[in-house]
Design a protein around this ligand. Structure first.
Ligand code: C2E
Ligand code: MG
Ligand code: MG
Length: 418
């Protein structure tokens, strides 16, 4: 028997049939609203924002889920009226949320059809201007399928305007459709949401696990945030924490909540357990890539003119130790480990490594004899080994700490009263 209060129950079907006219009445009659599902930062275990999810609350209290009306609205074209009609309601909620906690972000779902003309972007721009909403706290989620299906110059232009406003763009349900790494890189997405089906399949499929890990790695390399949806167990949560995922959302953490309940849990300042050990792993890989790119660049300079082939474009390694990926981790999310002695030990060898890198490039450009260049390259490799060893020790110690820590997760937060 399915329990209507258990969020894992199959979605109930509405008691009456739904057509466009009924949906239009619901919109104009104020029966549509938003619930907010918290998103947890895997860097500090705290709620960092939420996803606004539409709900149709009938006068008798019946709550109708979007799967019963969004596909209909999308196929009939009513979706643009729905999105525009609901936007003022969303803005009202956003103002309440921001008054309460201004650092909290909110994402909301739109359809690619909403960007066929500029009306939606204009509405978002007006809201930002008139209500002084911080665009950095707003994110639009679009599914990869809808983007590919509606791809045209207007869509591209309007998405570009959206991003120019400073609003984030998240690719929803990544891993379900046909979007490839290539698609991701051609659109201005700065966040990837791994599909919950893919996340769920990890329990029974090594391939799904590899796809998730590779997607996290790819998004990380492209500098994107990564949200895993559909976290239904502590095992999934731990796995993602150790894989370098940056954000998590799912029933195990919290289900979508009416605004008042969402505000109430924001006020509790809950914290989920865990150290972002996966991010140390990413920092290690980043360092290896940095070293590889630097050596490739030095060799390319030293051998310039000896080949007529067109060079492959690669990332030029960042020479500033605060700005390379390892540095950005160290002075950013890595600070979660600042009390660990190994963490403090990392800074000097990392600086020294960058000095050597700079010296090497300068020497290669000067055209120093090859045997001297090889000597410098050896020094760089030795210095890199010191950095790697410290990172690996830190990773294993943090993993052990994590295993020893009692798994202290707050009670999952579920919808009540419906
Ligand atoms: P989505 O954007 O991928 O949203 C996530 C969906 O997964 C939500 O379903 C959420 O309740 C559900 N979910 C969250 N955690 C878990 C979990 O741990 N396990 C499982 N099994 N499910 C989980 P919901 O609210 O029914 O929304 C379904 C879809 O409807 C959304 O998928 C989104 O594509 C669409 N949608 C929702 N609100 C809007 C809206 O305002 N506008 C548009 N255009 N689409 C919307
Ligand atoms: Mg979504
Ligand atoms: Mg999704």
């Amino acid at each position: 028997m399915s329990n209507p209060k258990d969020p894992r129950s199959p979605p109930p079907s509405p008691s009456t049939s739904i057509d466009e006219a009924a949906l239009a009445r619901a919109l104009h009659g104020g029966e549509l609203t938003y619930y907010y599902q918290p998103k947890i930062s895997l860097i500090n275990g705290k709620i960092c924002g939420s996803e606004a999810l539409m709900r149709w609350v009938r006068p008798d209290g019946e709550v109708i889920l979007p799967c019963n009306f969004i596909p209909l609205a999308e196929s009939s074209g009513f979706i643009t009226q729905l999105s525009l009609g609901m936007f003022p309601r969303l803005v009202e909620d956003l103002l309440i949320i921001h008054d309460y906690r201004d650092e909290i972000s909110t994402s909301f779902n739109l359809s690619a059809q909403d960007f066929r003309d500029s009306a939606m972007v204009d509405a978002i721009r007006d809201a930002i201007t008139h209500h002084q909403l911080d665009p950095a706290r707003l994110e639009v989620e679009l599914t990869e399928d809808s983007v590919l299906h509606w791809d045209n110059p207007e869509l591209r232009e309007n998405l570009r305007s959206l991003v120019e406003l400073g609003v984030s763009l998240g690719m929803d349900d990544y891993g379900t459709g046909y979007a490839s790494i290539d698609t991701l890189s051609q659109w201005p997405f700065d966040c990837v949401k791994l599909d919950q089906g893919l996340i769920r399949r990890m329990s029974g499929s090594e391939k799904a696990t590899t796809i998730v890990q590779a997607s996290i790695r790819m998004a990380h390399q492209l500098g994107m945030r990564i949200v895993a949806e559909g976290i239904e167990t502590s095992a999934l949560y731990d796995f993602l924490l150790n894989s370098g995922c940056t954000h998590a959302q799912g029933f195990w953490l919290a289900s979508p909540l009416p605004l008042e309940q969402y505000l109430a849990i924001l006020g509790k300042d809950q914290r989920w357990s865990g150290l972002p050990t996966g991010l140390i792993h990413m920092a290690t890989l980043d360092h290896i890539h940095w070293r590889q790119a630097l050596i490739a660049e030095v060799i390319a300079i030293a051998f310039k003119g000896e080949t007529r082939d067109q060079p492959i474009r690669t990332h030029t390694p960042e020479l500033d130790p605060h700005k390379c990926r390892l540095g950005r981790w160290y002075y950013g999310p890595g600070q979660e480990f600042r009390d660990h002695p190994l963490f403090a030990e990392l800074e000097t060898p990392h600086f020294r490594l960058h000095e050597l890198g700079e010296q090497l490039l300068e020497a290669a450009n000067r055209g120093i004899p090859r045997n001297e260049l090889v000597g410098l390259l050896r020094q760089l490799t030795r210095q890199s080994a010191i950095v790697l060893e410290l990172l690996q020790e830190l990773e294993s110690e943090a993993l052990l700490d994590h295993l020893h820590m009692a798994h202290h997760a707050p009670e999952p937060l579920h919808e009540r009263g419906h």
